[in-house]
Design a protein around this ligand. Sequence first.
Ligand code: HEM
Length: 334
Amino acid sequence: MTPGRDRLPLVALGAGVALALLLAFTLRLPQRLLALARPGHAAHQLDGRIAPGEYQFQWVDPASKLTFDWSIVGDRLIGAISTPDTGWVAVGFGGDGPLMFGADIVIGYVDARGAHVEDDYANTPVSHVADTAMGGRDDILGSAGVTTAAGTTIEFERPLAAHDSTDQPIKAGQTHVIAASAETKDFVAYHAGGRKAVALLDLFAGPPAAAAGGALLPDHLTDVQIMVSVWMAMLLIVGLHGVVAGWAEGSEAAEGASAERTGVAVALIAVFMVVELASLAIFAVAVARAAPVWLLGSSLAVGLLALAGIVVLYSRAFVRWEAIRTERDDGIPW
Ligand code: HEM
């Protein structure tokens, strides 16, 4: 091979790796992988905005357009309640009713000074008061909110445990969850616009946040991303094939370079082992998190390819040389 031709596979490999990094960067893959592996830990930020993949679970009430996103993190519930309204918005947990009675409510609004969020209790079927007004305490551990013409989102953090008689504990199993909002920022104003919703939810089990939560990739790639992936795959295949073919040719040509060949083989096997372990780990996490089928399939395929690479390299680099050594020990001329 001429030096120019020798360099071609390396250039292709380099370009392929650069395109892979570009793709991973534009798809925010590291953050998405982290969120998938450690839901509820990596992504939460109390900033009044719901980032893709930030929450484990989501309840959307189509009639009222109220949305409740939440995660269970350790001994806390981190939640975000959103509405198309620009006044107060609230979510309440537990209570046997009737209507709102007994619900442990988080209610808030946003004005020019920021978010105002309160821990309330539905003391009658049709009213609520601040816990602090009933001898309890405000258990909201942190909160933030954003309001725009499109609506309001309040994010908050509260303990799972109940600390006084105006709190409801968050436990596994069915919980009566209520939500409502209004166009006014006055907490005692009725949800006159009719925006209210009720659901029985297992707050530890879902429903999972569909597209936002578990997905590693967005539903649709842009045309540019598809083009970059095709080029990346082509360059990587050409580059890898060229490098491996060049190495095999060189190892056959250069007699007596067995130690060097073994070193390269060991290094390549080590790389394949890392790929193998990483893909198996991704596969295991994907199974545990019920990730999309394409992720299960791809991680398994990469794992099997890496295993095939290990077997081929091992047999090529060690078994043949081992056979030659045995022949030599047997005194058979070779
Ligand atoms: C002081 C403020 C409030 C007043 C005066 C009020 C009043 C009422 C009244 C009169 C009803 C029965 C009529 C109807 O269904 O619309 C009701 C139901 C309801 N309220 Fe409120 N409410 C207030 C705050 C809240 C808050 C903060 C929430 C959410 C945490 C909420 C959630 C609901 C829900 C979900 C229902 C329907 C319950 C069901 O049908 O089982 N309300 N409210």
